[in-house]
Design a protein around this ligand. Structure first.
Ligand code: ZN
Length: 342
């Protein structure tokens, strides 16, 4: 085979091979095989030494033309490949702007907020006004006007955090009652929800911060029957008409007489179960007739007016309502827990 034939067959091979090459890597392989240091065209150029001198210019020109042709073929294919690769990349990176987007996760009300909403619904439905007060409170309102003078033993049960000597984090929402009674004339009918504080260690049933709702009614001829009727209505609106209340004598410095109030267990409707430890009753509220001393200290004449008050822990209601075993779940902010209330 002479040089001319070799060149023709070589270019034909290049042309055929390129038709099957579809990426730049393959293209580079063909280029090296033809034009690289050990390429076939390069080999032909090297073989020039064996060509008779008189034929060298013609053959040399032939090889150079073949080389230019090969380069042109490679470039043409290279352009085709580049266009194809760009098109592929664009197709891969294509964004369908019409596709629906997964929305931001919907939030949910905290179980304490849910329970507070329900309880407030019940009391505002009975004509109670919702009143709030400061969490950083004067000792005067938190303790003294609630009939707990300095060194009164009842203060031990409500050990709290002191901001200063006479300023505390409130241990109950009762100081709001004092604030209202010192500024308004009866009749008074309020509920005070809010955050309260005690110097308690954290465990499954205790937290140094928790939530209470207290109610206060002051007027002429307000009796314990009114208290019982109000709490019966509260219990039945919250849990159903078959729920009753049970009053047990108790002691609070700010009420006299005082009573712990149990409700029929809403889990077993009084039959006895794990929740109520078999008794059929759940302890839910503290209550009593406002101690006349408290009324007098707040500037309300106890010989003319009487009143009742009650307090309920919102954590307690939430834990009963949603069968929550550990109070800490309410404060840890674990989304797996909270999203169940959506
Ligand atoms: Zn029960």
């Amino acid at each position: 085979m002479n040089v001319q034939e070799a060149i023709v067959s070589l270019l034909q091979t290049v042309q055929e091979e390129l038709q099957h090459i579809a990426d730049s890597q393959g293209l580079e392989g063909v280029r090296l095989r033809m034009l690289g240091k050990k390429g076939e065209l390069t080999a032909l150029l090297r073989a020039m030494g064996q060509v008779p001198p008189e034929d060298r210019p013609a053959i040399g020109q032939m090889i150079n033309e073949a080389r230019e042709k090969a380069v042109a073929l490679l470039d043409a294919r290279g352009q085709w490949i580049a266009a194809r690769e760009r098109a592929l990349a664009l197709a891969n990176e294509r964004i369908d702007v019409t596709q629906p987007v997964p929305g931001p996760g919907l939030g949910a009300l905290h179980p304490i907020s849910l329970v507070l909403g329900e309880v407030l619904d019940v009391f505002t439905g009975m004509g109670f006004e919702v009143v709030e007060g400061p969490e950083v409170e004067l000792d005067l309102f938190n303790f003294e006007m609630m009939n707990m003078p300095p060194n009164h033993p009842a203060r031990d049960a409500q050990d709290t955090f002191y901001i200063e000597d006479k300023i505390v984090l409130r241990t109950h929402t009762s100081p709001v009652q004092a604030r209202i009674m010192t500024t308004r004339k009866p009749p008074i009918r309020i509920v005070c929800p809010g955050r309260v504080y005690r110097a308690d260690e954290v465990d499954a049933t205790h937290s140094p911060v928790f939530h209470q709702l207290e109610g206060l009614v002051v007027g002429e001829d307000v009796t314990m029957a009114d208290l019982k009727g109000t709490l019966d209505a509260f219990a039945q609106r919250l849990y159903g008409p078959d729920i009753t209340t049970r009053f047990r004598p108790s002691f609070f410095p700010f009420t006299e007489p005082s009573a712990e109030v149990d409700l029929t267990c809403s889990a077993c409707r009084g039959k006895g179960c794990r929740v109520c430890k078999g008794t059929g009753w759940i302890e839910v509220l503290g209550s009593g007739m406002v101690n006349p001393r408290v009324l007098d200290m707040c500037g309300i004449a106890s010989d003319r007016y009487s009143g009742f008050a009650f307090g309920v822990g919102l954590e307690r209601i939430a834990m009963l309502r949603y069968d929550i075993q550990d109070m800490r779940l309410l404060y840890e902010g674990d989304v797996r827990f909270l999203s169940q209330f959506r």
